[in-house]
Design a protein around this ligand. Sequence first.
Ligand code: TPP
Ligand code: MG
Length: 591
Amino acid sequence: MDSTNVNTALASAFAEELERGGLRRAVVSPGSRSTPLAVALWRAPKIEVEVIVDERSAAFFALGAAQASGEPVALLCTSGTAAANYHPAVCEADESGIPLLVLTADRPPELRGIGAGQTIDQVKLYGDAVRWFCEVGNHLADDAGLLHYRSVACRALARARGEVRSGPVHLNMPWRDPLAPLPVEGAVTATDPLALAGREGRPLTAVTHVDEEPTPFELDEIAAHIGDAISGVIVAGRQLDPELREPLAHLARAAGFPILADATSQLRLGPHDRSLVVSTYDQLLRDEHFGRSVVPELVLRFGEMPTSKPLRAWLEASGADQIVVDPSGGWNEPTRRAAAIVRAEPTALAAGWARRLESEERTLPRRWLEAESVARAALDAALGLESGLDGDAPITEPALHRVLGRAHRDGELVYTASSMPIRDQEAFLDPGEADVSFLCNRGANGIDGLISSGIGAAHASGRPTTIVTGELGLLHDLGGLAALRDVSTPVRIVVIDNGGGGIFHFLPQQEVMADEEFEALLGTPRGVDAERAAALFDLPHRRLDSLADLPTALAAGTGLVEVRSDRAANVEVHRRTTAAVAEALSGIGGA
Ligand SMILES: Cc1ncc(C[n+]2csc(CCOP(=O)(O)OP(=O)(O)O)c2C)c(N)n1
Ligand SMILES: [Mg+2]
């Protein structure tokens, strides 16, 4: 503990507890009011501090770092609008269950609401988006004050890690002068050794985890139910644990179910058994005849509900029994038709169900597997990729995502923007061997902090990272590029420049609004120049002229890779691929 003055004592006791509780990373933005805690975090030997000026970017950086590491990351800012700039990332952390420790410095109560500068109402600033809010209050460095700070740190970490669901917590921390570490004689009056030093090598209060082991009832009953189902599917949506791959593949084999796997389930790419993975479900289920021919009796859902509209519509129309595996205490159930939500650890459940089913004779889901193989070939043919990359495939957004899937390498991390990139990734990314992690901000679906999140994830994981974004997404978080100056891990930012918001061309607005109106309100061309954006931050820029050059462009390391596309033509390419898949399906009698 640093007994220079009251603030240094309280702040260092607090930082000490965070460190002992396992916090290893903090993202700090500059400001005077937050100085006591900024200094305490900076001086904590085991906490790495990143300093990012823009609080909105800082919060998204922390979000990406927490998502990639699975560990809480602390955020610290000064009072006023700085704290409000954290709000978008706090919303995303809430929706996605990502542990963030949001520490906002504040003026003490006597300086609030009297016209003192840089003061806003920070109490419960993020509303219900946080797992816990605490007005930490002003305290002396006596036994009660120090124990309070130590205890709040332990409780905040426990709440962020999840009791039951991980997520953001907000501690509002007022500080009185002196804010600088100025010596004040006799400031620390505490005498209790626990208040002064806590417990050596461990937190003041350790918190155990809630047990998520499946019960015998959950294993036996549901395994029997799966065994009774004549047809079924596994739907694998966004989840981060690569350890789920093998047990889920095992369960699929034992049950005879295909796995409709979104890329962000981590099951589409990876070294696991992918023989029952269906990657083209979004395209296949656009064909209503095919959809009707594979109506399941039972659906097992792991991870979040995928984005694909055809998949959601098909699930809703199917009338199948749905069992949702969701250990986190959320309500991940937009279909409103699930028969059960199982609150247990997904890998243990999948492994337990697979073991109970493996002795039974199950038939393979041939219709799905044949359709997958035909659809993959049809997509390649429609996009000019049938001869791999040697051919001269035109650059289109769908083709880019197929080629990206083949360019990712073992150990890499991919952070994909909301808007078209995440949808095209789901629809077009081809399965493959590479052991890659797919991250995104699909809790609140904002386009506002993707660059920062991707860089934060790269920095925290040390893994070469590819960020895939639209050019308006880049514009939104352009300042996020500033963080690259402190990051040594390669970060390749693939900017798909289609001259505006390409996603809106797929909406009815495009059909019913006059061109001028549509362009002004939704298309919003902004002439983002990726080359000049890169130059502003002294980053290399490469323009992709051929899809065959993608692996080389990625291998060149940190920088912007610009890929030009055309919003209007993109709609046509999507229609063509869907038609090509439908045509191919009719050839196997799927239609
Ligand atoms: C913070 C935020 N503001 C607005 C939106 C609405 N929005 C969704 S996609 C989009 C356009 C994105 O354009 P771009 O990044 O170029 O991607 P494209 O659609 O062209 O793939 C907008 C404005 C949003 N999701 N988040
Ligand atoms: Mg765009």
